[in-house]
Design a protein around this ligand. Sequence first.
Ligand code: FMN
Length: 198
Amino acid sequence: MEVLDVIRKRYAAKNFSGEKIKDEDLDKMKEAIRLAPSSFNWQPWKIKIVSDKETLDKLQIASWNQPQIGTASHLFIFCAMDSLVENNDKLMGKMRNMLPAEQFEIYNGMTSQALSSMDAEAQKRMSERELFLPAAHLSLSATDLGYASCHIGGFVSEEYRKILDLPKNLTPIVIVPVGVPADEGGQKYRFPEDEVFF
Ligand SMILES: Cc1cc2nc3c(=O)[nH]c(=O)nc-3n(C[C@H](O)[C@H](O)[C@H](O)COP(=O)(O)O)c2cc1C
C-alpha cells in the first residue's frame, strides 16, 4: 500500500477479535519498530510485548478497563529509560567498528558532549518524547499488514510496573494493542490545513 493510504486507513480500534496475529507479521512489526529514528541514534526505548490472555486481562483493569487490551492479540508497552548512558555506550561500542576512525571520533565527541549536557531528568524526557516514533511505526505497520491498533495513554503506569514486574529504570509511557479488528474505524476529523500549518 502507498504510505498515505496506510496512514488514512489506520484508526484507533476499540475492540479486537482475540485472534492471534501470525508470527511472520509480528516479526515485521518488530522490524518496523526497530527501524524508527532517534536523536543520535540512541534508540532510547524498551518495548515489552505481552500476548497471554491472563496478563492482558489484568492489564485491561489497569487501563481504565478498555476492552482493546483484553481482546488484543499482542500488547506493546513502550517504556522510557531513566538514563541514556547505557545505550550510548552500547552504540559507541558498535560504531567504533562500523565507522572509519575519523568519522567515529566526531560522532563519539558529539554524543558524549550532548549526553554530558543533559541531567537525568532531560535524558528521561528525551526517551519519553522519542518513543512515540516507534509506536507510530508499529500502528502503521500493523495497518499495512491488515491488522488494527490503538495508541493508548489511558492506563496506570505504576500498576503496569507491578503486574509485569518491570525494572525500576523503565517507565511505561504509551501502550499499543494490536490484533484482528472487531470494529471499523469511524469518520476521521482533523483540523483543516489552514489551522494546522503557518
Ligand atoms: C498518545 C495517545 C493516547 C491515546 N489514548 C487513548 C486511550 O487511552 N483510549 C483510546 O480509546 N484511544 C486513545 N487514543 C486514540 C485517539 O483517541 C485517536 O487516535 C484520535 O481520536 C484520532 O482517531 P483515529 O486514531 O481513529 O484517527 C490515544 C492516541 C494517542 C496518540
